[in-house]
Structure formats: C-alpha cells, structure tokens
Design a protein around this ligand. Structure first.
Ligand code: UDX
Length: 446
C-alpha cells in the first residue's frame, strides 16, 4: 500500500486552464506533493501566477499559491505536458451568441494536445473537467485523435465534472462531495479513481458512469439548484402579499423534510455567477435542439429574471419621480466572498437604473475594480459604506457581505429619503426607521 502511495505521489499532473477550477486544483495537488504543470493560453495570467499573485480573488487561494509555487510549473507552452500521467482540461465553456454552449476553448485544447503533447511512448489519461453538453467528450476524443493522426493509440479520455463553488473553491477542492467519473475505457477510469483515492485520504463517494451521463449530471445538478432558488423566490413573492408571512420560516420548515433538504432555499435577488445561469441556458438550448420542450427550465429562468425587475419596480413605485435621484447599492459581486460580477443581478439592476437616469453610487468589498470595467464613470464608487449611503434616496442591499450585516439605523441617519430595499433580509429583525422592504416579507405595508 505504502509503495503505491509513494509511486502515485510522484505522478506528474497536467492542468489546462488556470481559472477557479484549474488553479484551485493545482494548488491543492501541489500541497499534496504532486508535481503540477499548469497551462493557460493567457500569458498575463501565467505571469501573475509565477509572481505568486492569484489572477482573481478567492479566499485562501493566495496563501495556498505561495505555499505551492515550488511544485507548480506554469506556462503557456503545451509541450511541457508531454511527461504528464494525467492531464485535466479545466477551460471555460461560455454561452455563445445563439444561446448554445461555446466549445471553442475545449476544441482548441484538444487540438493542442493532439499536436504538441501526445507521443507514441506516452500514454496520458486526458480528463475533461469542463462543463459540457452530452456528446462533447466523444467529440474531443475525435479532435485529439485527428490532430494527433494516430487514431486509437496511446491515450484515453475520461469525463470528470467539477462541482466547486466560488468563494469556497479551495475548501470544495479539498473535500468534494462527489467524484463523477464517466468513460468507456475501464483502465483509464481506474487510473483516475486510483489517483483520486491517493489525493483524498477521506472517503469521497465515487460515481462511475458513461461519458454522456456524466456530462448531463453536471447540468442536472446546477439546474436543480437553480430550480430550488427560483422556487423559494416565487414563495418569497407570494409571502410579500401576506401580512406576517415569512419566507425564511417556510424555507426552514420545508428544509427539514429530508426529501427537500435545507440548502439553496435562501430567497433573494435571484441567482447569478458564472455557472448557474450559463448551465441552465445551455441545457435549455440543448433540450430544444433535441426537440424536447424545456418548460420547467424556462420557467426557472423566467422566475429568476423577474426578481431584478421586481426590485427595480419597487424603486420606481416608492420614489417620487426617478430623475437624478441617488440610489446606493451595497454589493456588486454575485455572491459574498467573491469579486466575480459575471451575471451578477446587481450589475443587471445598475444597468436598469442608469438607463432611467438615476444617479448610482456603489460599494463592494472586492468587486469595485471589475465593476469599473463595465460602467466606468457612469456611476460613482466608494470604499466607505457610509459615504455611499449618505444623502441617498434609496439604499439597496444586493450581496450578503458580512460587513453589511453590522449596519443599523445610525448608518441610515444620513439618507435623504429612508427607503431601504433589503434583498437578503439582513435587517429583518431590527427596527429600521422609514420604509423598509425585505424580499419575502410584508414589512413595508405594516
Ligand atoms: C455553482 C454551484 O453551486 C457549483 O456546484 C458549481 O460547480 C458552479 O456553480 P457558484 O456559481 O460558485 O456555484 O455559486 P452558488 O453558491 O451556487 O450560488 C449561485 C447563486 O445563487 C448566487 O448568486 C447566490 O447568491 C444564489 N443563491 C444561492 C441564492 O440566491 N439562494 C440560495 O439559497 C443559494
């Protein structure tokens, strides 16, 4: 047994794509003494990583990176992957213009692997970790074979989806709740299973299946999570019309039913981020292409889109005219502990507000830089919460950062007009002067 562990620890692991998934995986493996070759086509990203600077914010990443640098060789040169035992593909699969998943990144990587990595004497297992629609693994297998020009010899491809959450990327990489492994080559599957058993000393459920089912599991997982959120958001909207009804109590009570489960039942402004909206859209388009009507998935999406219009309409309804009113927004990232604003509901709301010529001032502990890239000088920014709130006609809390939870009536004293819209119910148990609206509660009408 010891012998196997020593041998496995010396494995050389390739990772292509230094995003949340790839970089988190790289630092966790490096901490466990694996030699990691990390490849990304973005030379600026590679330069930052080499200089011990994470290219994006993620809790714990910085300290993990500095401790693991000596075990990570980062580069844009695919040829470095030649000696790897296993090569993980962790590049992004965004949504293309037609609403379909854009596979260009994975296809390009497949071509590079075929051309520059595979040699007759190396037999790496290629593991596709990127989220892809069913059939993609087989397609990539063909792309690699074609560009290598040696069909069927020397390498195998395994599908292995990633479920980590932003803001918890290191934690989730260290302790995944499941390992889904799909493929038709039993030896390659076994090699990946052995690798993971060596990485994780704790017991992680391993689910072995075929490529297509593995690919679809990821979409089913994220679509179900999105469904839970839209469901509770719709309950929240119903609660708002019933005096004293509380969506949080409803979530707590139904969450105790083991058939439902308590997580992902936090009502709010709607889900955002780089995965849930994208994966739902990809599954909708895929389903339509198959000729299957994705009616439930579309309703989930529509319910999510409705949340932002609802917040905007609340502002409109409760301000006496919109022109030049000051709106303060607390929270820009799609979730706390992240600087990611991709598909953030906050950004969608700001777009609506500035379209109506409202003056918007924003705060976020991490995401101001990224937001500046979108809005430039169209809105105002501050690192000081009180400055953002001061002289405001309406305050909207969008992201549940810890620092916002500490705010109280004293902080709201300097508002010109005390209209507070709390999309995360942070102050639901506090006495707030003025008009206080909490998503999922009927407080304002009392
Ligand atoms: C998600 C999946 O959780 C993860 O498994 C997958 O690998 C990637 O996509 P992530 O995008 O990091 O992870 O964020 P997540 O924690 O799932 O939150 C997504 C969005 O839903 C956020 O905007 C969050 O605020 C919102 N959300 C989440 C709710 O509104 N209510 C909830 O109860 C949970």
């Amino acid at each position: 047994m010891n012998h196997i562990i020593i041998k496995m620890s010396k494995m050389k692991i390739g990772i292509i794509g230094a995003g949340f998934v790839g970089l988190s995986f790289a630092v966790v493996l490096a901490q466990k003494d694996f030699h990691v070759i990390l490849i990304d086509k973005d030379v600026r990203k590679i330069k930052k990583i080499k200089e011990n600077e994470p290219p994006f914010f993620e809790p714990k990443l910085s300290s993990y990176l500095s401790k693991s640098l000596k075990m990570i060789e980062s580069s844009s040169n695919f040829e470095l992957l030649k000696k790897c035992d296993i090569i993980f593909i962790t590049v992004g699969t965004p949504i293309g213009k037609n609403g379909m998943i854009d596979l260009n990144n994975v296809i390009q990587v497949g071509k590079e692997i075929g051309k520059k990595v595979l040699q007759s004497n190396s037999k790496p297992v290629i593991v596709l970790k990127s989220t892809v629609i069913p059939g993609t693994s087989q397609k990539i297998l063909k792309v690699i074979e074609n560009s290598w020009n040696k069909v069927g010899k020397g390498f195998s491809l395994v599908t292995n989806l990633e479920f980590l959450r932003e803001g918890k990327a290191i934690e989730d990489t260290k302790n995944p709740h499941i390992l889904v492994i799909g493929g038709k080559d039993g030896i390659a599957n076994k090699k990946v299973v052995n690798f993971y058993q060596n990485v994780y000393k704790q017991k992680i459920p391993i689910f072995l299946t075929n490529h297509e089912t593995a690919e679809l599991i990821k979409y089913a997982n994220n679509s179900f999570l999105a469904t839970k959120i839209s469901f509770i958001n719709q309950m929240a909207n119903i609660c708002e019309n019933i005096p004293s009804a509380s969506v949080d109590d409803i979530a707590k009570a139904i969450g105790i039913d083991p058939r439902i489960g308590k997580r992902f039942l936090n009502a709010g402004p709607g889900y955002g981020g780089s995965c849930l909206p994208k994966d739902l859209q990809a599954l909708i388009s895929y389903s339509e292409k198959l000729g299957e009507l994705p009616s439930l998935l579309k309703a989930v999406q529509k319910t999510n889109d409705y949340q932002v219009s609802k917040i905007f309409n609340l502002v409109k309804k409760n301000l006496n005219g919109l022109n030049k009113k000051k709106i303060s927004i607390l929270g820009l990232s799609f979730k706390e502990n992240s600087d990611d604003i991709r598909e953030s509901v906050s950004i969608k709301l700001i777009k609506k507000l500035i379209h109506e010529k409202l003056n918007v001032m924003v705060h976020d502990p991490m995401a101001i830089q990224n937001t500046m890239k979108i809005f430039g000088d169209k809105i105002l920014y501050s690192n000081v919460i009180d400055e953002v709130i001061s002289n405001s006609d309406c305050l909207i809390i969008m992201t549940p950062w810890n620092e916002y939870k500490k705010l109280n009536s004293t902080n709201f004293q300097k508002m010109k007009n005390k209209l507070i819209i709390d999309t995360r119910r942070l102050f639901k148990n506090r006495k707030i002067e003025g008009k206080y609206f909490a998503v999922g509660m009927n407080l304002m009408k009392e």
